[in-house]
Ligand binder design. Structure first.
Ligand code: ADP
Length: 728
């Protein structure tokens, strides 16, 4: 096949990763790819704007923001005459397959080109520009769209390429603004992108704890000015030194009047007599290296695009649905997108929100509660719920505690914090957590409540039972790793011996290792992955001038998730996983592969090894083997990344995951309290949806010797990683 690929509309970080995957997956299948410069403009210009791309042309671009093909808006393509010219140029290269990476405008253009294809061919034949024979060889145009838009405004997919990176930029900026605002007792009004979609503002407000977020989907009604002033005044009275108002670009009121940052600034200055500062984040949100998630999702989607082009039918949009690349008819996505725009224009926000999908609906609800300045108060039966950690610290744990305190207190429940993990539970280090005790915890890495790896033993149970009784604990949330799950199970199985164990317990998965059953992702793993990827990018850069191979060791215990996903995101050639172990033949084969690559002109090589991949073939051993046996062709350095992987501020994904899972866990825990069902459950994200596992099934779900789930969804990515990285 001859396949054209273009990036169009606003650029988004991850487009390059998608391009690399498109080109390399196609080459693997002996197809030829033409890179089209500057979106549809390149199709209309033809000639040098449409060039074949080789394997090496897309080397070293995985970590680069923007798009090496260039992107543009092109008015001529909106005209039929422009599209006619585009088709003529495409046929000169025998192109009748197109991958378009862009937003809904670009994808509408692709849909239209597909629909008009036959008519345009007929017109070209009639004008004598192409032969009938050429036209008959290309009867249809195959189109695959990939969602490239930082706004995440395309419905029907989990998230578009670039929006995770944009959220990183926003959250980093707001965290910094918070710290300066806090020192000066100021109000900041921050504008983020999103003309027709409030996704970025909504997620950023969940991730940062901004007091106010104004989105196109939830416009404030008449008199909003007074409500806003009252809210910020109440915030100051409650002890908040700084306040942040997040505004989506498309913010407006229910009467469709735009709400601008300067309007809000003047309003607050005039009425509250406070210093108000404005920050418009603008293009900063588009810039910089893509996050690990954006690189990996783009890679998965790019490879899937080539598979989808093998059958020419109706155009499809390929997007992630619960970790998998799934094609949906492009026409349907565009129809839904249009329906959302129309609903917003008509002022029917409810319909627009519903069309955005259940995740958006739930996030808005949660945001509403978390945005309360003080708890709303009891409306029914109230309970005393304890919250604690277990296992190693994971970034995002604090956010989970904050969310549980606020969500539970808002309904009048009492929240007790158990400090220092299991040690605190055994020693009775328990005290009430109040609304403002968790203020500012959103962005904090580590675990403010304290945690450790202790697990409960038979000797501890009596003391634990006494403390639960003394503090009248009626439900327990444990945020942590395997130790949390084991503790929850102990409590359930010992219920007949200790009456105070007759309580429901819910575990919230939080460990960088991502080795917990019942959840595709655990809180903290995304932060660790991004920390690894940032460091490996730097390590790779340090070697551009030399022929050097790096062997990098990452954490994960007996689970290879961090190793494999970081290998995919950094373009590593080899990965060593505990799920597979390491054999000497394979090491020798890998060594030969590196030697051959360096002889052909490669300058840097990368192998990533999980810390437990093999107890004898250590990182040091592999590095020494490569060094000694490959010394004619390259030199070797090793890097053991260590605890930097457990630290750092949580990423937006980990923060919003913490909020999402905690909201679900709290809801369920209260339901169990009400119905007096003393179960032990684990909450999780499974194929894009929140769900629970019963921990009495733990034995079936977990490989006890290895401490990892028996089924791991991400293992299939290894094939993709190898397919794209070899010969890099
Ligand atoms: P985005 O793809 O980010 O939504 P735009 O809406 O600006 O960005 O669209 C990018 C380009 O896609 C436009 O400049 C134009 O060339 C093409 N395009 C957009 N909408 C259409 C359409 N309805 N018909 C044909 N081409 C279109």
């Amino acid at each position: 096949m001859e396949i054209g690929v273009l990036t169009s509309g606003g650029d988004s970080p991850g487009m390059n990763a998608a391009l690399r995957a498109v080109v390399r997956s196609a080459i693997r299948k002996d197809h030829q790819v033409f890179g089209i410069r500057r979106g549809y403009r390149g199709l209309i210009e033809g000639g040098v704007s449409m060039q074949p791309l080789q394997w090496r042309d897309v080397a070293g671009i995985l970590q680069r923001g923007g798009t090496i093909l260039g992107s543009a808006r092109c008015q001529e393509f909106r005209e039929r005459s422009g599209r006619l010219q585009a088709v003529a140029n495409m046929l000169r290269c025998n192109l009748d397959r197109l991958v378009v990476i862009g937003g809904d405008g670009s994808l509408s253009g692709a849909q239209l080109l597909h629909e008009e294809w036959e008519g345009l061919l007929a017109e070209l034949v009639e004008k004598g520009e192409i032969s009938t024979e050429l036209a008959s060889r290309h009867p249809k145009l195959g189109v695959v769209g990939l969602p490239g838009s930082i706004d995440n405004d395309l419905p029907g997919i989990d998230v578009s390429i670039g929006s995770d990176t944009a959220l990183h930029r926003i959250v980093e900026a707001v965290d910094r603004i918070f710290s300066t605002a806090d020192s000066h007792q100021r109000i900041f009004v921050v504008e983020v992108m999103g003309r027709r979609c409030g996704y970025l503002a909504l997620m950023a407000s969940l991730a940062t704890g901004a007091e106010v977020a104004i989105l196109p989907e939830s416009p404030p009604g008449p008199g909003w000015e007074e409500v806003l002033c009252q809210k910020l005044t109440a915030a100051r009275k409650a002890g908040r030194r700084a306040s942040i108002v997040l505004l989506a670009e498309g913010a407006r009121d229910t009467l469709q009047n735009p709400i601008t940052v300067s309007q809000v600034k003047h309003l607050l200055e005039d009425r509250l007599h406070e210093e108000v500062r404005v920050t418009i984040l603008g293009h900063v949100q588009r810039g910089g290296a893509p996050t690990a998630f954006d690189r990996n999702q783009s890679t998965i989607l790019g490879a899937a695009a080539i598979n989808a082009l093998e059958h020419v039918g109706e155009p499809v949009l390929i997007g992630l649905h619960g970790n998998r690349a799934v094609p949906t008819p492009l026409r349907e996505c565009l129809r839904r997108s249009l329906a959302i725009d129309e609903a917003l224009q008509r002022g029917n926000e409810e319909q627009a929100i519903e069309l955005r999908g259940p995740h958006f609906v739930k996030a808005l609800q949660t945001r509403k509660t978390l945005g309360h300045i003080l708890p709303a108060g009891a409306s029914g039966q109230t309970y005393r719920i304890a919250v604690m950690h277990a296992g190693a610290p994971a970034p995002g744990m604090n956010m989970a505690v904050r969310a549980s305190v606020r969500l539970l207190m808002d309904q009048g429940h009492t929240v007790l914090g158990i400090r220092r993990g299991m040690k605190g539970l055994v020693e009775g280090d328990i005290s009430e957590l109040k609304w403002m005790d968790v203020s500012g915890w959103s962005s904090l890495g580590g675990a403010q409540l304290g945690t450790n790896r202790k697990v409960l033993t038979g000797h501890d149970l009596y003391a634990v039972a006494r403390h639960l009784e003394h503090f009248q604990v009626q439900g327990l949330l444990i945020i942590g790793g395997l130790a949390a799950y084991e503790t929850a199970e102990t409590i359930r199985t010992q219920e007949s011996h200790y009456p105070s164990f007759s309580i429901p317990v819910i575990c919230i998965p939080a460990t960088i290792d991502n080795n917990l059953p019942g959840s595709d992702f655990s809180i903290g793993a995304d932060t660790a992955l991004n920390s690894i990827v940032e460091v490996v990018d730097k390590i790779k850069q340090s070697a551009v001038a030399s022929r050097r191979c790096f062997v990098v060791e990452v954490m994960g215990r007996e689970c290879g998730y961090l190793a494999l996903t970081s290998a995919l995101a950094t373009g590593a050639e080899r990965v060593y996983l505990p799920e597979e172990g390491i054999e000497i033949e394979k090491l020798i084969q890998d060594l030969r592969g590196f030697s051959a690559g360096f002889r052909q002109g490669r300058r840097v090589g990368l192998a990533i090894r999980n810390e437990c991949a093999n107890s004898l073939y250590t990182t040091n051993f592999i590095a020494s083997l490569f060094e000694e046996e490959g010394k004619e062709d390259f030199d070797v350095r090793q890097a053991i990344l260590g605890h930097l992987q457990q630290g750092g501020d949580p990423t937006p994904f980990d923060r919003t995951l913490a909020v999402r899972l905690t909201a679900q866990a709290c809801e369920k825990l209260l339901e169990l309290c009400n119905s007096e069902q003393f179960l032990s459950l684990g909450v999780g994200l499974q194929s894009g949806k929140t769900d629970f596992i019963d921990l009495s099934d733990l034995g079936h779900l977990l490989d006890p010797a290895r401490g990892r789930p028996k089924k791991q969804w991400w293992l299939h990515l290894q094939g993709l990683m190898q397919q794209l990285a070899q010969q890099d």
